[in-house]
Design a protein. Structure first.
Length: 262
């Protein structure tokens, strides 16, 4: 990712690839639905910031076709290098420090990026400056305030909800990442003076072993290593996240979009 060091920067390739694949499986349907609604079309030039595992980059490349172009940037491009599509350009860049073309793109998009940055407003401003007049920006960030057990009768429910609130509270206090960033998305775009601003937040119910549960299970060792959760909390949370009889409300993904007016 960009800016300050990403919380999973030192995770082994195979583990991080697996974690990102589960994240993509859980979030891609929401992302592509909104991008379709914005009208991404053949011939567009798109900027994907913090490209991660590359699923949105690939989707955009298919959508814009041979007459379009997708530039994917990230500090860590180990998985973006795997993309073999002629209309994709991968660049190792830091959105907070490295230059971007101005007034070039029809779309700039990022997902689960800003919560990791020390200067998210700067990142948004730079993405907007890269847009053509009339171009769209879409930002997508999670808010973990919805994250809790769904079935009060399950024996792990009370402990799960208590532990995740404690863990995310520690994450916020440590500045490792902001688990409640998503609620800021609309205001960030309003402050930037965009037109046609819209937003939507969605949260899904998940069972242990499903995509979001597996992604979060694979994040637990990183959080334990950073001192955000104890080994006992890690074991207890992993038990719930792998139990198909356990249901929970996932994080809310807030998507916000707007158009560069000038």
């Amino acid at each position: 990712m960009a800016g300050d060091e990403y919380f999973a920067a030192h995770t082994a390739d195979t583990t991080e690839r697996e974690r990102l694949a589960f994240l993509e499986r859980g979030v891609d349907p929401r992302s592509t639905r909104h991008l379709q609604a914005l009208g991404v079309a053949p011939g567009w030039t798109c900027l994907e910031v913090g490209g991660g595992g590359g699923s949105v980059t690939r989707w955009l490349a298919d959508r814009v076709g041979p007459d379009g172009r997708v530039v994917a940037i990230d500090i860590d491009i180990r998985f973006l290098r795997e993309i073999d599509q002629p209309n994709v350009e991968v660049r190792q860049r830091d959105i907070l420090r490295d230059s971007l073309e101005s007034s070039t793109y029809d779309l700039a998009h990022c997902r689960f990026l800003l919560l990791h940055l020390s200067e998210p407003e700067l990142a948004v401003d730079r993405m907007i400056a890269s847009l053509k007049v009339g171009g769209w920006i879409m930002i997508e960030e999670p808010d973990f305030s919805s994250y809790q057990a769904a079935d009060p009768d399950h024996p792990m429910s009370e402990g799960f909800t208590r532990m995740v609130r404690d863990v995310f509270g520690r994450a916020a206090g440590s500045k490792l990442f902001d688990p409640y960033f998503g609620r800021r998305n609309r205001a960030l775009l309003e402050q930037a003076g965009l037109s046609e601003i819209g937003n939507e937040g969605t949260a899904w119910l998940w069972r242990g072993g499903e995509a979001e549960a597996r992604e979060h299970q694979l994040s637990l060792p990183v959080l334990a290593k950073a001192g955000i959760c104890s080994e006992q909390e890690r074991e207890d949370l992993e038990k719930a996240l792998t139990d198909p009889d356990f249901t929970f409300v996932g994080h809310t993904v807030f998507s916000a979009w707007g158009r560069r007016a000038v």
